[in-house]
Design a protein around this ligand. Structure first.
Ligand code: SF4
Ligand code: FES
Length: 698
């Protein structure tokens, strides 16, 4: 694979020498223009002709790091660039300080990445977290003097805040957290909870089933549909039924039903009976490219529970008849890449991976694919493009990846967490997972299903990774002692419930007071056509938290349920569609929301792959609008009246245009941060928030 070869060359030289690119073209037979196409696209690759710096310090400039002072570190007059310039003049070697997109250490913001080119043998880039400017200046000075930098802030050495308990094989107890970690622990962590050796018993259970079946596990004939199809799956593939019962949704953001993807890929080779025996290539790809600012749960899973991820990939492979698995991990997670590689080797030694898994005559090799970088590679079709040695740009769909994925073959792409849940579902059953959802206090009978992880950062006492019952009110996650332990730095001002993608919701969400009993009943009736349970949740929620005629909703009451968030729009009549992702970022006190929204918008502009013209141009236009609003306001000449309305209309027009024309989710969501700021925080357009921040833990 070209991408991996380019990485090897870069590791050797610190950049990509032109002569080495030509040599790679000669050796591989891949035309030089194809190699140039890839090497010039990904941010991880440094071309010789760009005159690469010898020492590079990158400050994460996104969401939580921005909140924690990244802009000051990057300030051209007083920040680290001044020191870099001085050292460049003194030493004659180019030293560069620049901004970079989220590094996945948002719970320890600000995060900084430092490289020497080439890196000393055996070393990776050094990551520093929550360090002040004098410390980082010291790092630059030592590297410029050819001395070793201070020890980095490794992920393995950090004890994250979490509600995972001591059943976990590596201690994760933070200072002062003793009583909190007595909590029940993560249901996902089956081996830790049960005190089992990590012996791939879910894979063994499935291979035992295959061996006892006494015939090949054939996918259903193509003509089977409806109840006949259900009966076939029930009879021949009972563990797939467990996945269905679990109602496990993709944890990467889109929330697709995991069962459906696995079924589609299992069926992909089905035809007549003979054709079903010809198992062609099929792939499982685990998407470990989490790059949405505020998201870092996969970082913990890959590092501390790689066995669950590897086991999930193998299960997906065996249960769908796939032929190979890849775990695609962002390159900034080098400790995680190493942990997963070691775990794959361990699984091979146990006989759980590779050839003839547990004597089942089934082969399924798994390997790591190190991402060449870029947020857009988290989009599943862009990820596949990157794996195929092309620019990581999303594909037009259809065809779907389940029929035409990696190498144009049927492919399951699942998020790290989605796969990590599957061993528990295979061993304990789908009902068990489903029963783990949140229940409101009696007499309410509504009940949510399933569990999931959230990464929480920003103004909370204990930013970290928490497993929660789906449907848990946001208030509990942010304020309960078992989770984040309280909002700090003032009363809640805003919350981003899907990193930058969902924009910024205010503490009190304005709703349409004209939405009367009849309209509510209609909205609930429509939802009931799709799901009676979803309609019941909504009905309960409206009765409990939003009496008819209410003008606003306390955002802390929102249940952490993706489906509920989707249904909110029709139920509350919100001007901007709310979203729930894996990243929750909390803003308290006097945080300047317009300024944060511009930061979010810049992230989307920076990460747009440029394939769709409206996204490429529109995201830049959004940054221009936001910046202008901010500059005018800060100069004491805010846009008001007709001027402000015209700009708000421009944002709304871009919102509609990008929703209609974008190939992928980035384009859909790029206007949302500014749209939410203009809609919910109009005062921030007139003046920056002022006043002393008070400390609150409520
Ligand atoms: S919407 Fe934006 S990021 Fe997505 S494919 Fe189009 S240009 Fe690329
Ligand atoms: S590491 Fe900076 S926002 Fe994630």
């Amino acid at each position: 694979m070209i991408v991996q070869r380019l990485r090897e060359i870069q590791n050797r030289y610190g950049f990509l020498p032109d002569a080495e690119l030509k040599k790679l073209a000669d050796e591989s037979g891949v035309p030089l223009h194809r190699i140039e196409e890839v090497s010039s696209y990904f941010p991880a690759f440094i071309l010789e002709r760009t005159n690469p710096a010898k020492i590079v310090l990158r400050v994460c400039r996104d969401a939580t790091c921005h909140l924690r002072g990244a802009a000051q570190l990057l300030d051209n007059r007083h920040g680290l660039p001044v020191v870099a310039q001085q050292l460049t003049q003194q030493t004659g070697q180019t030293i560069c300080v620049e901004g970079v997109s989220c590094l996945g250490r948002c719970d320890r913001a600000p995060a900084v990445w430092v490289e020497k080119r080439p890196m000393p043998p055996g070393e990776h880039a050094w990551v520093y977290c929550q360090r002040d400017q004098p410390f980082l200046e010291g790092v630059l000075r030592r590297l410029a003097a050819d001395e070793d930098p201070p020890a980095p802030d490794t992920d393995a050495g950090y004890l994250p805040h979490t509600n995972l308990n001591r059943g976990y094989s590596q201690p994760v107890v933070g200072p002062g957290d003793e009583p909190v970690l007595e909590a029940a622990g993560w249901s996902l962590d089956i081996y830790g909870r049960q005190k089992w050796p990590r012996d791939y018993r879910a894979v063994r259970r499935f291979t035992d089933y295959l061996k006892n079946l006494g015939r090949p596990l054939l996918p259903p004939p193509r003509e089977l549909t409806g109840q006949e199809l259900e009966n076939y799956i029930q009879k021949w593939h009972p563990m797939l039924v467990e996945l269905k019962k679990a109602n496990l949704l993709g944890m990467g953001g889109a929330g697709a039903l995991a069962y459906q993807k696995w079924l589609d890929v299992w069926r992909a080779s089905s035809g007549d009976t003979d054709a079903r025996l010809e198992v062609s290539e099929k792939y499982i790809v685990c998407n470990g490219d989490e790059s949405e600012p505020g998201t870092f749960k996969d970082r913990e899973l890959l590092l501390r529970m790689p066995h669950l991820v590897v086991e999930g990939v193998i299960l997906a492979g065996l249960m769908t008849g796939a032929t190979a698995g890849y775990i695609f991990i962002r390159h900034e997670y080098h400790e995680q890449i190493e942990a997963v590689r070691q775990e794959i080797r361990r699984a091979e030694r146990l006989g759980a991976c590779g050839d003839n898994i547990f004597d089942s005559h089934r082969n399924f090799p798994v390997e790591v694919f190190e991402s060449p970088g870029g947020y857009i590679c988290g989009e599943q079709s862009a990820l596949i493009e990157a794996m195929e040695d092309r620019r990581g740009q999303p594909r037009n769909r259809p065809p779907e990846l389940t029929t035409n994925g990696f190498r144009d073959k049927p492919t399951v792409v699942n998020n790290v967490e989605t796969l990590a849940w599957t061993p528990a579902i295979v061993l304990f059953g789908g009902d068990k997972y489903e029963s783990g959802g949140w229940r409101p206090p009696p007499p309410a009978t509504a009940r949510w299903g399933g569990r999931r992880l959230f990464s929480v950062s920003g103004d909370v006492a204990r930013p970290g990774v928490y497993e929660v019952p789906i449907g848990l009110p946001l208030r509990e996650l942010l304020t309960d002692a078992r989770y984040c332990g309280g909002i700090i730095n003032g009363p809640l001002r805003a919350v981003a419930t899907s990193g930058p993608s969902g924009g910024l919701l205010p503490a009190k969400l304005p709703v349409d007071p004209k939405f009367d009993e009849r309209k509510r009943a209609e909205a609930i009736g429509k939802i009931a056509e799709r799901s009676a349970a979803d309609a019941a949740f909504l009905d309960w929620f409206l009765r409990t938290h939003l009496p008819v005629g209410a003008k606003e909703l306390d955002v802390l009451e929102l249940p952490l349920d993706l489906v509920f968030f989707r249904n909110m729009n029709s139920a509350f009549r919100l001007p901007v569609e709310p979203m729930l992702g894996a990243a929750i970022i909390v803003y308290a006190g006097q945080v300047d929301i317009l300024e944060q929204a511009v930061n979010f918008t810049e992230f989307f502009r920076n990460e747009s792959c440029g394939k769709c013209v409206p996204c490429r141009i529109g995201s830049q236009k959004l940054v221009q609008i936001g910046t202008e609003l901010l500059q005018r306001r800060n100069a004491g000449q805010p846009r008001t009246g007709a001027e402000a309305e015209r700009l708000a209309n421009d944002v709304r027009d871009l919102y509609r245009t990008l929703q209609l024309t974008s190939i992928c989710g980035l384009g859909y969501v790029a206007p949302i941060p500014l749209a939410t700021a203009l809609t919910y925080f109009p005062d921030d357009l007139l003046r920056p928030p002022t006043g002393e921040a008070e400390v609150s833990r409520s």
